[in-house]
Design a protein. Sequence first.
Length: 174
Amino acid sequence: MLFVVAALVLLLIPGPSVLYITTRSIDQGRKAGLVSVFGNALGSAILAACAAVGLSAILTSSAVAFSVVKYLGAAYLIYLGIRRLFSNDDHISTEYQRKRLSHIFIQGTLVAVLNPKTALFFLAFLPQFVDVSRGYIWEQTFLLGLTFVGLGICTDSIYALLAGMVGNWCDFAN
């Protein structure tokens, strides 16, 4: 129960993933926002699996690896923003939008995977709730990670739905 409360507190603090999700929701609607939520969830699940097998330890033990991931993540978000600024596709066809949803999913996954804060979270936060005396350390870590992912889907979906409503309201205001 303590894990759930602590995870919810952390999940409700906006970060790069929430920024991406709300941007997609406002720009392209709730459907796109929810697709980005599930892409982000896949990226977080990948990081949870990495934490379970100890790969995220590499990020914390190597300043160079951490910096590379951090700057790749920042560069990717900047790339997405610049691409959107210079695009002139105000009216997206239905066929193109379907293709776009797959891109949104992949982008959501990359935003999560390239977010070093998330990797560090899985490495620093999850072990606090693992009971070493019970054994099955990687299984406990992965289960806690999946719990975090499930909670993240819930909180991020709220952000997506609310931002989608804001986007609809802005469309009606124009």
